[in-house]
Design a protein around this ligand. Structure first.
Ligand code: HEC
Length: 151
C-alpha cells in the first residue's frame, strides 16, 4: 500500500468513527461507497449542466461512456452498467465510483462530476479528459446521472 493510500484510509477511519474494518475492505461496487475524492474549486462546483433534459445528448454520453468496453471507454473501469465493477476496477484504490449507487451519487453536484471528468483525480486511477469539448463532458455527466437507480 502506498503512503498516500494508507493516509487516505486513516482519514476514512477517522471520518467513519471507527468503522475502519469496512473502509479497509472497500471494494469495487460498494454502496454506499467510501468517498475521499478531491473537491472541485467552488466556481466549478456551482456549474449547472446546460444539457439537462436533452435526450440526444444523453444518448451521445452513453455511447462515449461504453466506448469499446474491451479497450477504452469509461466502462473499462466503471463497468458497463456503471456499477464500478469494470474489467480494470480491481487495480485501483480507491475503486472507481459506483454510479448506480444513489446513496453516494446524490451527494455529488453536477459541477463536481464535470470537473472530475475534465481534470481527472490526482493520485487515483481516474484519468483527465482534456481532449473533449465542454459539451461532450456534459453529455457524459447526463449519462452518468441516469445510472443512479439502485436506491
Ligand atoms: C482507468 C480507470 C478509469 C477510467 C477509464 C475512468 N475512470 Fe472515472 N474513476 C476512476 C477511479 C479509480 C475513480 C475514483 C477516484 C476517487 O475516488 O478518488 C473514478 C471516479 C470518477 C468520478 C467520480 C468523481 C467524484 O467526485 O466522486 C466520475 C464522475 C468519473 N470517474 C467519471 C468517469 C468518466 C465519465 C469516464 C470516461 C470518460 C471515466 N470516469 C473513466 C477510474 C477510471
Amino acid at each position: 500500500m502506498s503512503l498516500a493510500s494508507a493516509a487516505r484510509r486513516l482519514v476514512a477511519c477517522l471520518l467513519a468513527w471507527g468503522s475502519c474494518e469496512a473502509t479497509a475492505q472497500s471494494k469495487p461496487g460498494d454502496c454506499p461507497q467510501a468517498r475521499l475524492t478531491q473537491s472541485a474549486p467552488p466556481e466549478d462546483l456551482m456549474k449547472r449542466n446546460p444539457l439537462l433534459g436533452n435526450s440526444a445528448a444523453a444518448s451521445a454520453g452513453r455511447a462515449r461512456f461504453q466506448g469499446n468496453a474491451d479497450t477504452d471507454g469509461c466502462s473499462l473501469c466503471h463497468g458497463k452498467k456503471g456499477d464500478g465493477k469494470g474489467k480494470l476496477a480491481k487495480l485501483y484504490d480507491p475503486p472507481p465510483r459506483n454510479f448506480t449507487c444513489a446513496a453516494t451519487m446524490n451527494a455529488i453536484p453536477d459541477g463536481q462530476l464535470f470537473w472530475a471528468i475534465r481534470h481527472g483525480i490526482t493520485a487515483s486511477g481516474m484519468p483527465p479528459h482534456r481532449d473533449l469539448t465542454d459539451t461532450e463532458v456534459w453529455q457524459l455527466v447526463l449519462a452518468v446521472r441516469e445510472l443512479a437507480t439502485s436506491r
